[in-house]
Design a protein around this ligand. Structure first.
Ligand code: Q0Z
Length: 274
């Protein structure tokens, strides 16, 4: 199959008119891919994405054709997708203060033009989720976009739909996760247009690689929050004095095992029962 694109932790192949999206076991922390894989990570994230696409199918159609009709060597870690015309916007919804949203709030008291109350802390819940789109940069970091910037790129009607659907996907996902003890602080969605012009949710959805997942029982505003999936790797890498510059360190077996278990737990906690 023809390799169309290789990302930090995933690959995209073409199969006739379809695309095959393959999630590897690679893990990235502080924007650096580590040399040691986390066995099973790609399968867990693919199965979680497929489960969310199903949960959200009443909110927005999606690009998935099949989670099983994929080459045998990638069984479980790949999905067959419709090839869409991708929109050049990262659609982010934030419900809690972290990352670039926290930075914007601390500097301006606003996020993407939305005025927020004073006194919010790192990790605080926002009064309402906020749509904070960014550019998709081939190189370097994505840049914040205003609603007018988005409308200039995709047209006002599609821009309005992107905002509405992004916030709805976030609200539904965060509510479901909250009922299972998991905070989804923010999430990044990608959309594309089908041949008939209809808007579809693409890529991966509400995975720990595209969202910040926190354990509700450990949530404590005023500090950086522990990520549900990679915290062992981050803490260990800091403990050994890694300076966050490539190459990343080889991960020892006990940290690999603990991280592997965390990914399994995230999947089970979110998808079990109900
Ligand atoms: C997704 C990406 C990578 C995985 C393009 N349904 C679609 N139609 C057209 N394009 C895409 C999709 Cl999902 C598409 N990406 C991001 C890059 C591995 C996903 F290397 N790029």
């Amino acid at each position: 199959m023809e390799l169309v694109h290789s990302g930090k932790v995933r690959e995209l192949y073409a199969d006739g008119d379809d695309l095959i999206l393959v999630a590897s076991d690679r893990v990235s922390i502080y924007d650096v891919v580590l040399p040691t894989p986390i066995p099973g990570k790609g399968k867990v994230l693919t199965q979680l994405s497929l489960w969310w696409f199903g949960q959200l199918s009443g909110v927005v159609p999606n690009h998935v054709i099949s989670g099983t009709d994929v080459p045998a060597q990638w069984a479980g870690r790949a999905m067959r997708c419709r090839r869409l015309k991708m929109l050049p916007v990262e659609c982010i919804a934030r419900g809690y203060l972290a990352g670039l949203g926290l930075q914007a709030y601390n500097e301006t008291g606003t996020i993407s033009g939305v005025a927020l109350p004073p006194g919010l802390l790192e990790g605080s819940q926002l009064p309402e989720p906020v749509f904070t789109p960014t550019t998709k940069e081939a190189e370097g970091h994505d840049e914040p976009m205003t609603r007018a910037d988005v409308a200039a790129l995709v047209g006002e009607p599609v821009a309005a739909e992107l905002e509405r659907i992004t916030l709805e996907v976030y609200r539904r996902g965060a509510a479901l996760a909250a009922s299972r003890g998991v905070i989804i602080a923010d999430t990044k969605l990608e959309f594309g247009l089908a041949d008939d012009g209809s808007l579809m949710l693409a890529d991966e959805v509400l995975t720990p690689d595209s969202s910040r997942f926190w354990l509700a029982s450990q949530w404590q505003p005023g500090h950086p929050q522990h990520s549900l999936d990679k915290q062992f790797v981050r803490d260990w890498s800091t403990g050994i004095g890694w300076d966050r510059r490539p190459p990343g360190p080889v991960i020892p077996p006990d940290i690999v095992a603990a991280t592997q278990a965390r990914y399994q737990e995230v999947y089970t906690q979110l998808t079990a029962g109900g």
